[in-house]
Design a protein around this ligand. Structure first.
Ligand code: DGL
Length: 254
């Protein structure tokens, strides 16, 4: 069984891709909705919360964990990989590899949470691979709330207005690829692509799911949240188009 973690609904985009790749995978999904948004937390808080999530998955019997959260991947994953021996996957390294393959000498863009942008983890990883590349990072915190409220369709006027605001630095920039460095943003890729139709999007959620080795099992899915499980379940059913989603509430002590 694999554990999939995010602060909220963003990681469901990775879960969807994981199910497409391995339909028989047994998955435990945990959303730390009580502490959302992770993009507003300090690096130490993100680390402690992610470590607590990891203990929860180990107690549930998970043999690997996908941190389907750009913020955890950027701020906490290397430290967790040092402390724990089970395979831990994140969204950063696989996305950087895909962005590298799309680089043609122009700008590479990164959209992420405030905490991820402040950590500079994506630019530092890209600079190691492509020291000469021009990089442009934009923090898009409102995207997280939009997705949490189910505002994901490409014609939604509120999402379009927010996307126009955040994407404005890219309208006159020759961008080889735009990394969606937060899994929530995957749900907004139709809106983002509508405004930047010629820019390849590097969707960290589906890329991270593709980096996980194929999984087998009985196709079981369990959902847990740390707060507001009924709201999470309703929006998750809508996003995944899966009426069977019914999350249970758990507490995640630090
Ligand atoms: N979906 C997460 C990420 O990839 C967290 C967003 C948030 O809670 O701020 O960064």
């Amino acid at each position: 069984m694999i554990g999939v973690f995010d602060s909220g609904l963003g990681g469901l985009s990775a879960l969807k891709a994981l199910k497409q790749k391995s339909p028989r995978a047994d998955i435990v999904y945990l959303a730390d909705t009580a502490r959302l948004p992770y993009g507003s937390l300090s690096p130490e808080s993100v680390f402690l919360a992610a470590k607590s999530a990891l203990r929860f998955f180990i107690e549930m019997g998970a043999s690997s964990v996908l941190f389907a959260c750009g913020t955890v991947s950027a701020l906490a994953l290397p430290r967790l990989q040092e402390e724990f021996s089970l395979p831990l996957y994140g969204v950063l390294s696989p996305s950087v590899s895909v962005a590298k393959s799309l680089y043609k000498g122009n700008t590479l863009g990164i959209l992420a949470t405030n905490a991820t942008v402040q950590s500079r983890s994506f630019p530092l990883a890209l600079q190691k691979e492509l020291p000469e590349a021009k990089l442009l990072s934009v923090a898009c915190p409102l995207f997280v709330s939009l997705v949490e409220n189910g505002f994901a369709d490409k014609d939604n006027p509120v999402s379009l207005a927010a996307a126009k605001y955040y994407l404005s630095p890219f309208f006159d920039t020759k961008t080889d690829a735009l990394i969606l460095g937060c899994t929530h943003f995957s749900w907004l890729s139709p809106v983002i692509q509508r405004l930047l139709p010629r820019t390849p999007l590097v969707d960290c959620a589906s890329i991270a799911a593709a980096s996980v080795p194929a999984l087998s099992g009985r196709g079981e899915k369990l959902f847990f949240t740390t707060q507001n499980s009924s709201l999470f379940s309703a929006t998750a059913r809508f996003l995944l188009k899966d009426e069977s989603v019914e999350a249970k509430e758990v507490s995640l002590p630090l």
